[in-house]
Ligand binder design. Sequence first.
Ligand SMILES: [Zn+2]
Length: 239
Amino acid sequence: MRPVDKGSSPCASFSEYGDAKPYLLERLGNYCSYCEIHIALNANIAVEHMEAKAYKPNLKREWSNFLISCTMCNSMKSAKDGRPLGHEKGPRDFDKNLYLWPDEHDTWNAFRYLKDGRVIVNPNLAWQDRVSARRTRCLFKLNRTENEDSDNRFQLREQVNRTARHYLAKYEAALKIGYPVSELFELIYDIAKRDGFWSVWMTVFADHEDMCRKLINGFKGTNKAYFAQKLGGTKGADS
Ligand SMILES: [Zn+2]
């Protein structure tokens, strides 16, 4: 899950929360903040309220409560209203602090992306963070493999993983024989932008710092503070 920095509110207040949409897209790109799927510009992109507007009307037009979500992640989240597993029928007790949020936490370090498309929790996290990461994955059902409700997030992630590995092999083969790779490098980056799933590309190209740097700097709104090392010392953290 790509950690993002959406910056301060672009205006003092929004008269309608929908007015925030162009600013969110401009600052974060058209990717789901949770599953990282590329959302087509002509799709019905909605402003995502981390705290549901029905329950927290005071946060309905608050920039701090906004992200971008695909319809599937949005419906997974609202289907449960954030109730913990096993308590779906109980009173709503959504506590935002129980979860990880890409604009507040290092959600990149929280998860690992496997070749088979699964998202697992980073086993090296402290226990409490592991619990929060597991809850977050569960809230959005990121590992849902059954093709229910036309949910193809898992399949697309797996497909993008295969694409990324295919290009990694090409890239490494070219490097090995000393073939110029600048065009291939740009092509791979363009495919990553088109296909989304930033974390998959970061994972597959983990050994290639120049590509990671491009992905961190090129995808709008990536929170660079978590990648100071990859970006070269503390300079990257400050930019
Ligand atoms: Zn999504």
